[in-house]
Design a protein. Structure first.
Length: 94
């Protein structure tokens, strides 16, 4: 197996409503990730409750981050917890 072949990273992000984002990963998978559970359960993400702060993300070539990189979520976690979009499911998230 080629080293690094299974690594996941986010190649594109679109912020949606209610702390959700539409993501594209390096393997072409598109999915929806809901950040609200992390915001509600983990103190480090509490500042993202402010929707203006949440919208001010950066894509650093690996994952999304906020506050100049001090707040970030591992792309593997996002990949695992996000809902993959299919032709039918994309209708519900638009």
């Amino acid at each position: 197996m080629e080293k690094g072949k299974d690594l996941k990273w986010i190649s594109d992000v679109e912020i949606l409503n209610d702390y959700k984002s539409r993501l594209t990963f390096n393997d072409g998978r598109q999915s929806i990730f809901d950040c609200l559970p992390l915001i509600e359960q983990c103190q480090i993400f509490a500042s993202l409750r402010d929707k203006e702060i949440f919208k001010c993300f950066k894509l650093d070539g690996y994952t999304i981050n906020w506050a100049d990189g001090t707040i970030y979520i591992a792309p593997e976690y996002i990949y695992e917890k996000s809902v993959e979009l299919t032709d039918q499911s994309s209708f519900y998230f638009n």
